[in-house]
Write a protein that binds this ligand. Sequence first.
Ligand code: DQA
Length: 143
Amino acid sequence: MKLLIINGPNLNMLGVREPDIYGTGSYRELCGLIERTARELEVEVEIFQSNHEGAIVDCIQQALGRVDGIVINPAAYTHTSVAILDALKAVAIPAVEVHLSDVDAREPFRRLSYAGMACQARYAGLGVQGYVEAMGYLKRHGG
Ligand code: DQA
């Protein structure tokens, strides 16, 4: 089984950006956690991060036929991107949405998730543990 982890804009700034909301751990540390989790679950993993909507759409399209599950934190594009929603629907790969923060408890505009409409499950407000939970979910239910 192969999982693809997609992280959207500004997540490369983890540890620096709003640590009171997103925590003090770095993006590198998050990638390390994802890789350790993949080893424990005995799955292959590929990690992608981009600040560009089109690059995320390209990444989802290129996953077709190559991966069995997608964990996606679209970051700010969660709340704006019909293009990412359509890409997830187009490839129809089992997908799970992750947010470090509890998006439902923040500004009202964060309550709408386009990408979430194409996802089987959502983990929000658990910090980086959300990625671990999402990968476990896909191992149990995916491809
Ligand atoms: C986020 C929540 C989004 O609303 C925000 O734009 C992000 C990160 C999270 O992981 O909590 O950049 O997806």
